[in-house]
Design a protein around this ligand. Structure first.
Ligand SMILES: Cc1cc2nc3c(=O)[nH]c(=O)nc-3n(C[C@H](O)[C@H](O)[C@H](O)COP(=O)(O)OP(=O)(O)OC[C@H]3O[C@@H](n4cnc5c(N)ncnc54)[C@H](O)[C@@H]3O)c2cc1C
Ligand SMILES: *[C@@H]1O[C@H](CO)[C@@H](O)[C@H](O)[C@H]1NC(C)=O
Ligand SMILES: *[C@@H]1O[C@H](CO)[C@@H](O)[C@H](O)[C@H]1NC(C)=O
Ligand SMILES: *[C@@H]1O[C@H](CO)[C@@H](O)[C@H](O)[C@H]1NC(C)=O
Ligand SMILES: *[C@@H]1O[C@H](CO)[C@@H](O)[C@H](O)[C@H]1NC(C)=O
Ligand SMILES: *[C@@H]1O[C@H](CO)[C@@H](O)[C@H](O)[C@H]1NC(C)=O
Ligand SMILES: *[C@@H]1O[C@H](CO)[C@@H](O)[C@H](O)[C@H]1NC(C)=O
Ligand SMILES: *[C@@H]1O[C@H](CO)[C@@H](O)[C@H](O)[C@H]1NC(C)=O
Ligand SMILES: *[C@@H]1O[C@H](CO)[C@@H](O)[C@H](O)[C@H]1NC(C)=O
Ligand SMILES: *[C@@H]1O[C@H](CO)[C@@H](O)[C@H](O)[C@H]1NC(C)=O
Ligand SMILES: *[C@@H]1O[C@H](CO)[C@@H](O)[C@H](O)[C@H]1NC(C)=O
Length: 568
């Protein structure tokens, strides 16, 4: 049963790669025609394009390519590499890229932070190039009206740092991983530990700047209601190139409280996890408790157990938190000494440090700015001619230190009923057999349950206890080993089938998972798209398809899991 969809995918994959060489001109001739077109387009421009073109002949090519690869599973010799990488400094570069890619029918991949779990911002089965947004990352915070304009290539860490520079009582709801890019994270949902209080990132976006398939620069007003709706949760890469989002900041107390307590099976973890499912999504919306279950060795007896970690952010002080927890969730046995009070931005760093194994950079004091790229090279918002220096050299990423990336696989699920105790025992046994895969529960309720499922493309709102993430990390740089670990992750996902949402078995769009289906953007693209679209977007999928058909009828903005157009 479980591998039917995977097998279909693999079948289409092999079928397609077989047909490929017949229909494509040689990549070198395409590259040269494309380059000529780019040069022609920019010859009279004040923003020449030559300095931002990086081909495999440039010595910086491997550095630029690998710099924003966050899943080493897609950093192997077998991974298809781009024909070239464009690193735009100005919107005209993006306009030229779109025009010339259309002319030469070349696939364009847009990359901001490179955290896509399946790496689809930087590889493809068909010849392609990368539009790499890292140079466009200015951030303008306006504390008076509690908003900020943030360019797509900024990281969420840089964004929170800039907000914290201006105010310690403002923040923004994003995932806890400072190296994620604004372009992907904010366009595909964006959940984190403020979700129960303030919803997702997309629930707090008030404007956007985007370049469409005709090269027009649009904002919320000029793009219209539907278009704006689509790029706040439907993934922008099916619709255009996001230059920036304007976000509404949210208020946080000057002091917040965090804790991270662990319980093993021997310390009643099963009972506590069982209770957690009844409590966590019903607590006041100021409390967020993430549960992570992982397999651990016990030295004595050479045994294995499950270590359940309960990691929390509370928008308030520790005294209030402890008394509330002892009333509502006494099974956890939270003590005052488990709690630490700190500023909001410190809590973000603390969580990043707690969440070991998440594959985000950890450890540096200014961790939020640690994108391993020299931040003095930030470009200006709407970079003016005087500031634009097309030297070509300073724009090569400079490594500050080796970053911690692993090979990884992620999958997601939604829990709508508590898992019974014997179900939890069964899952723990299976996890101990599989050993590597971890389970993380993120509680819903609060604001999430109050937002209607069609307010944004993201449909998973009321009636949900938790979002579940399946996570496996490994070091082996080997295709066969990778397949093995991916298989283990799929097995755990299969064991969970009786306990999670069905049908459709819902999934979170920003937790990209190609097992749900791959689009070849040919004749069957609507039906291929519906396979993953129903899971990511439920009833909102159809609206996304209609919007897509209207604004990008020729499907220029396409990829392995893009929103298809209606069949003609
Ligand atoms: C270690 C790690 C931790 C994570 N933690 C969380 C979390 O806590 N919460 C959460 O919600 N998610 C989390 N994610 C998932 C994350 O939200 C998504 O992977 C997100 O898409 C990353 O954005 P990016 O810009 O870094 O990725 P990219 O790989 O650059 O892009 C992802 C997708 O967005 C498109 N895109 C990027 N920039 C643009 C643009 N400017 N215009 C149009 N399309 C664009 C790309 O083409 C691609 O399809 C995590 C991922 C990782 C690797
Ligand atoms: C580029 O411009 C030159 C002359 O200006 C012209 O000969 C050539 O055909 C143009 N190439 C493309 C791809 O437009
Ligand atoms: C790549 O090489 C070309 C030609 O040598 C040069 O014009 C361009 O500036 C180089 N690009 C980068 C990013 O170094
Ligand atoms: C790279 O260099 C080789 C050898 O000089 C040349 O044949 C090829 O056309 C060049 N490619 C690009 C994209 O410039
Ligand atoms: C990615 O692969 C290249 C080429 O094999 C290798 O040099 C590089 O170290 C890899 N990146 C990481 C972060 O391991
Ligand atoms: C586990 O729970 C039982 C009763 O529910 C209790 O008696 C026991 O002390 C608990 N053990 C631990 C280690 O907390
Ligand atoms: C447990 O120990 C075994 C054998 O010593 C080792 O291979 C495995 O990686 C360990 N597992 C964990 C989760 O630490
Ligand atoms: C459980 O895991 C955490 C890290 O998530 C670790 O700090 C803790 O020591 C582990 N618990 C035990 C009992 O080893
Ligand atoms: C990478 O991870 C190791 C432990 O896994 C840690 O010691 C090291 O400090 C990390 N490096 C960075 C740059 O975060
Ligand atoms: C960043 O670049 C500037 C100027 O290019 C340099 O003075 C500074 O030392 C660099 N900082 C780091 C951390 O590399
Ligand atoms: C992974 O699963 C597939 C399908 O069940 C199987 O064909 C393949 O041999 C497995 N690969 C590994 C390395 O376990």
């Amino acid at each position: 049963m479980r591998n039917i969809s995977l097998e279909i995918v693999l079948f289409y994959f092999s079928l397609f790669s077989f047909l490929l060489p017949l229909s494509c001109p040689t990549s070198d001739s395409v590259t040269h025609a494309f380059l000529e077109c780019l040069e022609n387009h920019s010859q009279f421009s004040s923003y020449p394009i030559s300095g931002i073109i990086c081909t495999p002949n440039n010595s910086s090519y491997p550095t630029v390519l690998q710099h924003y690869i966050r899943n080493l599973r897609y950093n192997m010799s077998t991974t298809q590499k781009p024909l070239l990488i464009l690193t735009p400094m100005h919107e005209s570069h993006i306009q030229s890229a779109i025009t010339c890619a259309k002319t030469h029918s070349l696939q364009m991949k847009i990359r901001s932070g490179g955290h896509d779990y399946e790496g689809i911002s930087y590889w493809s089965e068909v010849p392609f190039f990368i539009l790499d947004m890292f140079n466009l990352r200015s951030i303008k915070v306006n504390i008076e009206d509690e908003t900020a304009w943030v360019q797509a290539g900024a990281t969420v860490g840089e964004m929170l740092y800039k907000i914290a520079e201006k105010s310690n009582t403002h923040g923004f709801p994003v995932g806890v991983c400072p190296t994620m890019g604004v372009g992907g994270h904010l366009s595909g949902g964006g959940y984190g530990y403020l979700m129960r209080k303030y919803g997702l990132s997309v629930d707090n976006i008030v404007d956007a700047q985007l370049i469409d398939v005709n090269g027009r620069v649009l904002n919320r007003e000029t793009m219209g209601k539907d278009f704006f709706w689509a790029i706040t949760g439907g993934g922008a890469s099916s619709f255009g190139v996001v230059l920036a989002y304007k976000i509404k900041l949210v208020r946080v107390p000057a002091k917040v409280t965090v804790f991270d307590v662990h319980r093993t099976l021997e310390q009643n973890a099963t009972e506590i996890v069982y209770r957690y499912q009844h409590v966590a999504h019903k607590l006041p919306k100021e409390i967020f408790i993430r549960l992570t279950m992982m397999v651990m060795n016990i030295t004595e007896g050479n045994k294995k157990t499950i270590n359940a970690s309960f990691m929390s952010l509370f928008l308030g002080d520790s005294e209030t938190l402890v008394s509330l927890m002892n009333k509502r969730f006494p099974e956890l046995g939270l003590k005052k000494k488990d709690c630490k009070e700190m500023s909001f931005v410190q809590s973000y760093i603390k969580w990043t440090n707690y969440a070991l194994g998440t594959n985000c950079d950890i450890g540096a004091p200014k961790v939020l700015l640690n994108r391993a790229y020299n931040s003095t090279h930030l470009t200006r918002w709407h970079s003016s001619k005087s500031r634009y220096r097309p030297s070509g050299r300073s724009r090569t990423p400079q490594f500050q230190k080796k970053k911690n990336s692993t090979h990884l696989k992620r999958k997601s699920d939604y829990l709508k009923e508590p898992i019974p105790k014997d179900g939890l025992e069964y899952i723990c046994k299976r996890m101990i057999e599989l050993e590597k895969p971890m389970l993380t529960f993120n509680p819903y309720g609060g604001k999430m349950a109050k937002i209607t499922p069609s307010a944004k493309p993201f449909p998973h709102r009321a009636g949900i206890i938790c979002k579940i993430q399946y996570a496996t990390n490994w070091k082996e740089n080997d295709v066969k080993e990778s397949e093995h670990y991916v298989n283990l992750t799929i097995m755990l996902h299969t064991y969970m089938t009786p306990f999670v949402s069905k049908p459709p078995r819902e999934a979170y769009f920003n937790y990209r998972d190609l097992d749900l289906g791959i689009n070849h953007n040919g004749h069957g693209s609507y039906f291929e798209g519906a396979a993953y679209g129903d899971k990511y977007f439920k009833h909102n999928f159809k609206r996304l398809v209609h919007i897509k058909t209207k604004i990008d009828p020729d499907n220029f903005f396409r990829h392995e899991q893009s929103i298809p157009t209606l069949p003609s």
